[in-house]
Write a protein that binds this ligand. Structure first.
Ligand SMILES: [Zn+2]
Length: 470
């Protein structure tokens, strides 16, 4: 060294202090861990676990087999559910017990997918052009696979957390109903999943034009209301048509619904979200986002027009999803009905939504009936330990990417856990193009790099929450 040692030492001191509070994580885990996560992911995706025709039990069994191979004792693995085809898996990795457990949740059922609707086989795991394709690749088998792979890794490295880490892979999140895993576990085996807090799906990373915009942390969610619009009519022979036709009544109501929109509004969480988005945006969008965050109607309507996701963040939405009607080619229909699926802001009441729909329908021959039992859930308080751990793990992997608290448009099992007193946070670290979210749709996919980075992110995050001094 031509110069004295002094600057060199200073430099070292500076560097070490710079890194003292920083976690230096790899963007992805070592190859062997990536391969294990991939193998589990592929296995899960290829099991047909559609919630109406499939079974989650083989997923639970596949996960249990992986855990046994990795040395988890039988006494720490639970398989059971509301029906033999709808099993849940719960596994416990023991910590010192100094603090209450953390629960890592993912659901293993998927929305049905028909081969003819897809360009590829939805139940054949496929890697193509930088993406993993298949039903459940995004919702929610990536997180399910990562929870299992990472838990196995913690065991391999003899990680000693100061709280138990519980992984629950559960049935029938998508359809709810009698086999719903989280409800069944809360009712029958609360002790297995009882925890101080839970991590779940519902918050992912937002990308736009290939750039990471934000790592979203879901703390509240919309709730679901399903309505049946129904018209009954005496019918008759189709050779003698009359204007009073059940299908036309329904078609008119749905046409009116298609032009209707619920009022635009912001709450604490969505206002914080749009403020963050304003910080990240440029030009006229920046101003609109900031004004929308403050509740300006004009700005909110411009922001809602930019993307379906922003529209759904700013208002309750209701959309026709199923149709039924008629009974013969040559008969006037005696019945026409549609199911209308609503995603409701936490502030909007059931009565308000139903009342608005009745006004839209404006047809006294039509009934508007609420289906099932709604489950509005409270927001989780944004715990400082969670916020800090998420920020730290995010900064380690993707420096400069902000963590943004969000309310999600879809509904998750988080609502049930929150209602049962377990604060639940939707966080995944899987980054996706925010204008190309394919959950429930055709050709569902997740980026290859996104999957592996999410694995690394969740590996770090859970360690931070399970052993802060780690
Ligand atoms: Zn899901």
């Amino acid at each position: 060294m031509p110069t004295s040692q002094k600057p060199h030492l200073l430099c070292l001191i500076f560097l070490s202090s710079l890194f003292a509070g920083t976690l230096r994580a790899q963007t992805t885990r070592p190859d062997a861990e990536k391969q294990l996560a991939l193998a589990i992911y592929k296995e899960f995706v290829e099991i047909q676990s559609g919630y109406t025709t499939g079974s989650t039990t083989p997923v639970a069994e596949a996960a249990a087999a992986r855990l046994r191979t990795a040395g988890f004792p039988e006494s720490d693995i639970f398989i059971g559910g509301a029906s033999p085809k709808k099993a849940n898996l719960v596994v416990r990795y023991h910590g010192t017990g100094a603090r209450k457990p953390i629960l890592l949740l993912a659901h293993t059922d998927v929305v049905e997918a028909k081969r003819e609707d897809w360009s590829v086989d939805p139940f054949q795991f496929l890697e193509r052009d930088g993406f993993f394709y298949g039903r459940g690749t995004g919702d929610d088998k990536a997180q399910a696979a990562v929870w299992i792979a990472n838990l196995i890794r913690y065991k391999q490295e003899s990680f000693k957390p100061d709280r138990d880490i519980i992984v629950a892979l559960t049935a029938d999140e998508e359809g709810g109903g009698p086999f719903h895993g989280v409800t069944w576990l809360l009712k029958n085996h609360r002790e297995l999943i009882d925890a101080e807090l839970a991590l779940n799906e519902g918050g992912w990373g937002e990308e736009a034009a290939g750039k990471k915009i934000s790592n979203d942390l879901q703390v509240s969610e919309k709730y679901v209301l399903n309505f049946r619009f129904e018209v009954r009519n005496k019918g008759g022979h189709s050779s003698l048509p009359v204007a009073d036709n059940a299908i036309y009544h329904l078609a008119g109501a749905l046409e009116r619904l298609s032009h209707f929109a619920f009022p635009l509004e912001v709450n604490d969480v969505t206002s914080a979200y749009f403020r963050e988005m304003a910080n990240l945006a440029t030009g006229s969008q920046k101003e609109d986002l900031a004004k929308a965050a403050a509740g300006s109607q004009d700005a909110m309507s411009r922001v809602a027009a930019i993307s379906a996701a922003w529209n759904a963040t700013l208002r309750t939405t209701c959309v026709a999803t199923l149709l039924e009607g008629g009974h013969a080619i040559n008969a006037l229909p005696q019945l026409a009905a549609a199911t209308v699926n609503c995603r409701v802001l936490p502030e909007d009441s059931i009565e308000f939504v139903k009342g608005e729909l009745q006004k839209v329908v404006a047809d006294d021959q039509m009934t508007v009936k609420l289906l099932g039992e709604p489950h509005p859930g409270p927001a989780s308080a944004l715990r400082p330990d969670v916020a800090q751990a998420v920020r730290r793990a995010t900064e380690a992997l993707w420096p400069g990417v902000p963590v943004v608290p969000i309310m999600v448009m879809g509904a998750t099992d988080g609502a049930y856990l929150r209602a049962a007193g377990i604060p639940t946070y939707g966080i995944q670290g899987f980054f996706m193009d925010r204008d190309d979210i394919r959950f429930h749709g055709r050709d569902e996919r997740l980026g290859v790099q996104s999957f592996y980075e999410g694995q690394a992110f969740l590996y770090e995050l859970v360690k931070l929450l399970a052993k802060p001094s780690n």
